[in-house]
Design a protein. Structure first.
Length: 170
């Protein structure tokens, strides 16, 4: 895909290596940076992304399925499950607590949308007052390689990118 200036925009695809990236995570000592290599290298990881913490579909429909099924997902040989959102680390940490996800799945902050944009998964929700956010998607990564990729066609639902779908793909 190209824009009006001839620039090429690519979306990450099955078979691609996840680009070297950095995320913010909350630790006992406060916010820390963690690299994509530290998270994904040598592991089988489920990563799902969504437009925003506490937003209706994300909070009520998308996140709960992963939290409720994390043990089933891990029993299928998955090392960890992570959620990625274009929110700051403080919001992500409060969301983890509020959703009873703390210690169950990892919460990755992409507050400046750098990772999201690099993946080609950014969407402008400025007209809704939300700014640049992430498309809703899920993926299975094996040693940093995308094995499955599920991009939601309708932003207000979490079917293609939900836990039930990824469970069928593992």
């Amino acid at each position: 895909m190209t824009d009006t200036k001839g620039l090429i925009f690519l979306t990450i695809a099955i078979g691609d290596k996840f680009p070297a990236s950095s995320f913010k995570v909350m630790s006992e000592d406060g916010p820390n940076d963690i690299s994509s290599g530290e998270i994904f290298a040598g592991k089988r990881i489920v990563l799902f992304a969504l437009p925003g913490a506490f937003t209706p579909t994300c909070h009520r429909d998308h996140l709960p399925g992963y939290i409720e099924n994390v043990e089933v997902i891990k029993s299928k040989g998955i090392d960890d499950v992570y959620v990625l959102s274009v929110n700051d680390i403080w919001v992500m940490n409060e969301w983890a607590k509020s959703a009873s996800g703390l210690g169950k799945i990892g919460f990755l902050s992409d507050g400046s949308a750098e990772v999201t944009t690099t993946l080609g998964m950014d969407v402008n929700l400025g007209p809704a007052g939300m700014g640049i956010r992430s498309k809703r998607y899920s993926m299975l990564l094996e040693d940093e390689i995308v094995k499955t990729l599920n991009i939601e066609e309708k932003p207000g639902q979490a079917v293609n990118s939900g836990a039930a779908t990824i469970l069928q793909q593992i």
